[in-house]
Design a protein around this ligand. Structure first.
Ligand SMILES: [Zn+2]
Length: 245
């Protein structure tokens, strides 16, 4: 009886849609939209990367080229950010998509954890496709007795108010990554946009305590806490080609 009443109630509505008026989304579209909305909160970053649970190697190729000659370091208060001045400062090709380097910035302490361990700092290299899709490469930093030259160059440029472009060589401060953790996540600041490709270097780079302190004094504790992984898988990418122009 209940189902009969339900059908009777819906019948005039169905007729209305068939006869004319605005195009109403089909059942299928409505269903997938709801599904996407439901999934939105389940693909957030950062996450805790548990080495033992990550077994799958992914055969995908990752190609990175960084030039990094025309940049400007900025104190944004909540982070130190280096913005690129021209379009061809960096190109990343992954899953047949091309991304351009737009900026990189720092978090103190790190956002991603490795086996529940937090690092003193994490650098995020942000790349964007022509379709506004993001790919972020993350480099964790460990403490070292020596200063990191790349970080020194950024801090010097930041405090000198130089009008000259910052010319940087990533290879002067980033340990060449042997492989990356890879998963699908989000931006870690508002609007927390999802479907971001994340690649986190499995080997850390190094910075001195005084350098970390300098970044911390500018940006404070600007790390988002780790988010639930839900059903997402993390895999490992080691087919990497990196070129520094
Ligand atoms: Zn970030």
């Amino acid at each position: 009886m209940i189902s009969l009443k339900f059908n009777n109630f819906l019948y005039p509505l169905i007729l209305l849609f068939v006869v004319g008026g605005c195009q109403f989304p089909s059942k299928g579209i409505t269903a997938s939209y709801n599904y996407a909305t439901c999934q939105l909160k389940q693909r957030q970053s950062p996450i805790n990367l548990i080495e033992n649970s990550i077994k799958a190697k992914n055969a995908l190729n990752l190609s990175i080229c960084y030039a990094t000659h025309h940049q400007i370091a900025k104190n944004l208060g909540h982070t130190v950010e280096v913005e690129v001045e021209v379009e061809n400062e960096g190109i990343v090709v992954f899953k047949n998509k091309t991304y351009r380097l737009i900026q990189y910035h720092f978090h103190t302490p790190s956002e991603h954890k490795l086996n529940s361990k937090i690092f003193p700092m994490e650098m995020h290299v942000v790349n964007r496709s022509n379709y506004n899709e993001y790919l972020v490469i993350a480099y964790p930093f460990q403490l070292s007795k020596k200063d990191n030259r790349l970080l020194n160059d950024i801090l010097t440029h930041l405090t000198s108010n130089s009008e000259e472009d910052l010319k940087i060589r990533f290879q002067d401060g980033i340990e060449s990554p042997k492989s990356f953790y890879h998963y699908s996540g989000s931006l870690t600041t508002p609007p927390y946009t999802e479907n971001v490709e994340w690649l986190i270097s499995r080997n850390a780079s190094f910075a001195s305590a005084s350098q970390i302190q300098s970044f911390m004094e500018i940006e404070g504790y600007n790390n988002r806490k780790v988010q639930s992984q839900f059903s997402r898988k993390v895999d490992i990418i080691d087919n990497i080609s990196i070129v520094y122009e």
